[in-house]
Design a protein around this ligand. Sequence first.
Ligand SMILES: N[C@@H](CCC(=O)N[C@@H](CS)C(=O)NCC(=O)O)C(=O)O
Length: 229
Amino acid sequence: MSTLQLIIGNKNYSSWSMRPWVLMTQKGIPFDEQMIRFDGFGAGSQFKQAIGVFNPVGKVPVLVDGDLVVTDTLAIAEYLAERFPEHELWPRDAKLRAWARSACAHMHSGFGVLRQLLPMNIEADLREVGARLLREHPELQSEIAQVESLWTMALNQHGGPMLFGEYSIVDAFFTPVVMRFKTYGVALGSVATAYMDRIAELPSTQAWCHAALREQDFLAFEEPYRDAR
Ligand SMILES: N[C@@H](CCC(=O)N[C@@H](CS)C(=O)NCC(=O)O)C(=O)O
């Protein structure tokens, strides 16, 4: 059996790459990582040239399993869940699994304002920017409230410690949101805050964040709010 290869972007910035990376790391699924540094998303960028070999859509993450190439986080998560049933990447209970899938699907296709206005930037402290954005954008407030009520309902109804019991794909999907809320100083109620802390303290999250902090890149096209580090 060949070793899985996960192709990712910069750890400080690439929220989509973070999801399968923390999932596989947290669940003990071995893989080799290949990082393609972001230098721009234009057709002529080295990033697009390099990722284009694997993914015609030109995005990370990409999972390579022998001669099989799987693109897109949701498809990667589903592939891993099928390939490693013993790791229980989805909740075992059918109802919880359905709810976890709903939350992931919504994360994948929704929360557009949050994703646009609060891009992931693990290294940065943007609490003042966050406070201003919250004042200026009621639609951002409303998406944050939706995330919080999704987390709180799941945690209150299903007992934690993670959203639907044990750590599963859905927790990996919300990990970059936790990172964003910390960077932009988004304050939530006690149940959601405790969940954020549990996610931030996981070995997988810590390992990714330590590597992100070691990166030296300042990518202006990923930095709407800063001129330098
Ligand atoms: N729907 C995709 C989104 C992936 C995505 O947008 N990745 C970003 C990096 S975090 C990317 O590669 N962007 C390049 C571009 O937008 O051209 C997924 O779930 O994997």
